[in-house]
Design a protein around this ligand. Structure first.
Ligand SMILES: Nc1ncnc2c1ncn2[C@@H]1O[C@H](COP(=O)(O)OP(=O)(O)O)[C@@H](O)[C@H]1O
Ligand SMILES: [Mg+2]
Length: 356
């Protein structure tokens, strides 16, 4: 099994970052559900995928190509492995960024076994020529291998064994329609509910031999930003705390105290998230304020604020991006325990937003 790792940036290594850091990669293999029955949540995706795979098995055929889209940490890699396991097929793992030349893809494709699952992570980041080669491979199980250079180059058609491509992307919208259309089944993964995350935490705790009370699991789930990877990571940090500071048992109090040490608050915001909100509220009266100004105020790069902090704040309904700049919502004031200034006079932009 090949694994092409992309080096995480510092922003991704924060405790509530959704991308896998080195420690995650080491423990995730042990925590991954092995079949559809163990996979928690995503009911619709599971039901549909179950039908697709059962039908293929009944026909004795290779399963249709599957596209998995959704935010990092929601279970795309896990599902690709489950697809292979359910089909009793081997799996080859690679990623869009690892395939720079069409030749890289040709050599992977031509070495696949019949029925093998090819997992192509970050499929939206593949190069153009590789993408075009993939079209033909997906549709006709055939590639043209170019031999030679310049005017003398010839295309030699190469038959491939039937295989199942599982593509994963965080941005289904970035896929060119001809690529998207070649998948027989597309699954969009949603963020998990707190209840589902509690089940993830309980499951992982038992695999890690950690004793956890239901309230402790709920406390961790509530701070995990809808993301199983974050839930598993917070669980490990809370476990450390429980071992050092208590008897190892994770109660609600222990979970809350541990996550306070790591500066992950009750809603899953970390220090950066709160710094952005605090600047917006305390320095700019809740906005609107431009992104660059806000970034300077928190001493971060524009991109960090925009790409690392804002998506979750927007999703949580704490911050809004408006044409005039960033604006805090009433929920942001409430979350930080601050009182919004007096309702502004008519004509101020905040009025149209909140009807205050
Ligand atoms: N539905 C689920 N049930 C249980 N654990 C899950 C589920 N989805 C993801 N996980 C866990 O979360 C972690 C990240 O999942 P992964 O498949 O690597 O996410 P992605 O590939 O979408 O970034 C893994 O450790 C996995 O075990
Ligand atoms: Mg993955």
């Amino acid at each position: 099994m090949n694994r092409d790792d992309t080096t995480p940036t510092p922003a991704e290594e924060r405790l509530v970052g959704a991308s896998a850091d080195r420690e995650d990669q080491a423990v995730e293999a042990a925590l991954r559900p092995k079949d559809l029955g163990e996979f928690i949540g995503q009911e619709k995706v599971r039901e549909q995928l179950d039908l697709v795979l059962r039908a293929a098995r009944a026909r004795g055929a290779t399963a249709d190509h599957v596209l998995l889209s959704g935010a990092p940490g929601l279970g795309k890699t896990t599902l690709s492995m489950i697809i292979a396991a359910e089909m009793g097929a081997p799996i080859r793992i690679t990623s869009g960024p690892a395939i720079q030349h069409a030749g890289d893809l040709a050599s992977i494709l031509s070495s696949l076994q019949e029925g093998e699952v090819l997992f192509l992570d970050e499929i939206h980041r593949m190069s153009r020529p590789a993408e075009e080669m993939l079209y033909m491979a997906m549709e006709d199980f055939r590639v043209d291998v170019i031999v030679g250079k310049g005017p003398g180059a010839t295309a030699i058609p190469l038959e491939l064994p039937p295989f199942t491509l599982v593509g994963a992307t965080t941005r289904a919208g970035l896929l060119p329609p001809p690529l998207r259309d070649r998948f027989g089944f597309t699954a969009h993964m949603e963020f998990y509910s707190p209840h589902e995350l509690e089940r993830v935490v309980h499951r992982s705790a038992s695999l890690l031999d950690v004793v956890i009370e239901p309230d402790g699991a709920a406390e961790i789930a509530g701070r995990s930003r809808g993301t199983p990877r974050i839930a598993n990571r917070l669980l490990r940090r809370v476990r450390d705390y429980a071992q050092v500071k208590a008897d190892g048992v994770i109660t609600r109090e222990i979970a809350a105290a541990a996550l306070a040490v790591y500066e992950v608050d009750a809603r899953g915001l970390d220090r950066l998230d709160r710094a952005v909100l605090q600047a917006l509220l305390k320095l700019f009266g809740g906005g609107p304020v431009g992104l660059s100004t806000l970034a300077v105020a928190v001493g971060e790069e524009r991109e960090t604020v925009e790409e690392v902090a804002e998506p979750f704040l927007v999703r949580e309904g704490l911050l809004a991006r408006t044409p005039r700049g960033r604006v805090a919502t009433p929920a942001a004031w409430a979350h930080l325990g601050l009182t919004p200034p007096q309702a502004p006079a008519a004509g101020n932009g905040q009025q149209d937003l909140f009807g205050a």
